[in-house]
Design a protein around this ligand. Structure first.
Ligand SMILES: NC(=O)C1=CN([C@@H]2O[C@H](COP(=O)(O)OP(=O)(O)OC[C@H]3O[C@@H](n4cnc5c(N)ncnc54)[C@H](OP(=O)(O)O)[C@@H]3O)[C@@H](O)[C@H]2O)[C@@H](O)CC1
Ligand SMILES: Nc1ncnc2c1ncn2[C@@H]1O[C@H](COP(=O)(O)OP(=O)(O)O)[C@@H](O)[C@H]1O
Ligand SMILES: [K+]
Length: 501
């Protein structure tokens, strides 16, 4: 699903109005109907008091239209107009009049008003600011936002939590509504998935307001949210007459004394992802661990007992996964250098592989085109240096990806893959996956996909989705705490099957 920026959201809005020959108020009404339907379904027979806080733009207009639908259905409603300006949008005014025609008079609040009383168990609808926010809220509006955040009500934001910008980091986190649920119109917004701002949106629901699908399909987006239908499209089916040679030979090079389990996990994951053959290339001390741990894999040992050193293989792997548990010994660095020079095809580089790169910038120019780097936040910082905020981080990461023609998988609660300047935001995964070895399984999965012939960019996006989905299926059975990396591998099969459920 595409993620549009503010400008494109406005364009699709305008295009739809023209194309469908409707007035803008019609879109507002559709938005309100969606909000109402969602609320009614959630509330069932409950009738809590619903407090609507409406700004004076179209976000506020949505709130007023919703208030009318709620009143007509018999809900107890209080409407506060957050009167921060004398300006009013046309559709705000129209819906204000409709409300008055229904004999309902909202309360206008300003700097002289007392903060409204909000009781536990009540609902707050936050329709103060939408995508039109262009500066931080100040003074009494800031106080009001803080008052709502401190109340024990259930807060539902309309379109975006008020105070959150779509295209830049917040200047002041104290002036953003912290919603339990955000019901956003038609398309998800990038800030809902970034570490510094995701918490404000809470659970995100997407409400279809019938914006023009052709326009959306034909308009390029810099980011997309990868959900089941998107992942399904990336899947490559197997033919009856395929054989193990068809699915490539994957080489997992990594491990050092005390860290051989990581290679075991990545090797298993590559096999479960569907690689035809997998060889683990490890220092000597890991031989028995690997052979006993995973009989389906082949094992090659480097000369050194405890860490990786230059090693020749008698085959050309279709994919290489380098760096997991590898340490940063000089010999290991030389081996990475040798692989990058000789292999030529894309490699996946993770963990200490990334750390070696971070400490040796002279190696960057050797990165084979379309290689995949899978840093967690710490590794990313070592590679790119500090960033000011999430937007700055993404900019720096995009620049790096573009300059070295590599794919960056920025791991986190919502992992973001950067390929060809596009951002792919993953929708699967859960806090149970914050466990040692979880990232090693991801590297194994992506490498297993590359070895089968998936384009590296596709392998990264698809692999991240499958990894998260396997984690979700594992968590359904085990809960978050007990989940370990092995469980992710165990559920990979079900994750594949779930693509078509
Ligand atoms: N297809 C769609 O997308 C649809 C969109 N719809 C809805 O429209 C919403 C966007 O509406 P919008 O453009 O009217 O902007 P909105 O956020 O209501 O506020 C703008 C007002 O706030 C003001 N202002 C800004 N910052 C401020 C500050 N810090 N402190 C004080 N004032 C501030 C700004 O004033 P100005 O900068 O002009 O002085 C302006 O007056 C969108 O989120 C969705 O809910 C639906 O109806 C259905 C279809
Ligand atoms: N809260 C979370 N929600 C979703 N996924 C998570 C969460 N925490 C961690 N993960 C995923 O788990 C993996 C952790 O990777 P990493 O930190 O490299 O672990 P390790 O080095 O122990 O293997 C990443 O793929 C990350 O996206
Ligand atoms: K809002």
């Amino acid at each position: 699903m595409k993620i549009f920026n503010k400008e494109k959201l406005k364009e699709v809005d305008e295009f739809t109005i023209k194309e469908q020959n409707i007035k803008s108020e019609e879109l507002m009404e559709r938005a309100a109907v969606q909000l109402f339907g969602w609320l009614k379904t959630q509330l069932k027979e409950h009738q809590p008091k619903i407090n609507l806080f409406c700004g004076i733009g179209n976000n506020g207009g949505d709130g007023l239209a919703l208030a009318r639908l709620l009143l007509n259905d018999g809900y107890e409603v209080e409407v506060y107009i957050v009167n921060f300006s004398d300006k009013r949008s046309d559709d705000f005014l129209l819906n204000l009049n409709r409300l008055k025609e229904n004999k309902f008079w909202p309360e206008f609040i300003n700097e002289n008003s007392d903060l409204p009383e909000l009781q536990q168990g009540e609902i707050v609808i936050d329709a103060i600011f939408g995508i039109g926010l262009n500066r931080p809220a100040e003074g009494w509006v800031k106080e009001l936002i803080q008052h709502i955040n401190q109340s024990k009500t259930y807060v539902i934001s309309v379109d975006v939590p008020s105070g959150l910008y779509l295209d830049k980091a917040p200047d002041d986190k104290e002036v953003i509504i912290k919603a339990e649920t955000t019901i956003t119109f038609q398309l998800p917004k990038l800030v809902f998935f970034l570490p510094e701002t995701a918490e404000f949106a809470g659970r995100v629901e997407i409400a279809d307001i019938g914006l023009d699908q052709n326009f959306i399909s034909n308009t390029a987006a810099e980011a997309s949210l990868i959900q089941q239908p998107d992942a399904q499209r990336l899947y490559q089916s197997r033919t009856k007459f395929s054989h193990k040679g068809t699915f490539g030979h994957c080489l997992v090079a990594g491990g050092s004394y005390g860290k051989m389990g990581s290679v075991l996990l990545a090797t298993k994951a590559a096999l479960r992802a569907g690689a035809g053959k997998v060889s683990a290339l490890i220092p000597k001390c890991g031989y028995q661990i690997l052979q006993l741990g995973i009989p389906e894999a082949m094992v090659i040992t480097a000369e050194n007992e405890k860490h990786l050193t230059n090693t020749q293989t008698d085959f050309v792997p279709e994919s290489i996964c380098f760096g997991i548990g590898a340490g940063k010994e000089e010999g290991t660095k030389h081996y990475l250098e040798q692989l990058m020079k000789e292999h030529g095809s894309p490699m996946l580089i993770d963990a200490d592989g990334i750390n070696i790169l971070a400490e040796n910038k002279d190696l960057w120019k050797l990165l084979p085109e379309k290689s995949i780097l899978t840093p967690h936040p710490g590794e990313l910082r070592r590679l790119l240096g500090d960033w000011e905020d999430d937007f700055d981080k993404l900019e720096k990461a995009k620049r790096f990806s573009l300059e070295y023609k590599v794919i960056l998988v920025i791991k986190g609660a919502y992992t973001i893959t950067i390929a060809d300047e596009n951002l792919y935001v993953n929708s699967t995964g859960n806090p149970g996956m914050a466990t040692a070895g979880s990232g090693d399984t991801l590297s194994g999965i992506i490498s297993g996909l590359v070895s089968q012939g998936y384009d590296p960019g596709v392998a990264a996006v698809f692999g991240v989705y499958l990894h998260g989905k396997a984690g979700d299926l594992a968590a359904e059975k085990l809960g978050f705490e007990a989940l370990i990396a092995e469980d992710i591998i165990q559920h990979l099969g079900k994750a594949y099957k779930s693509l078509f459920e």
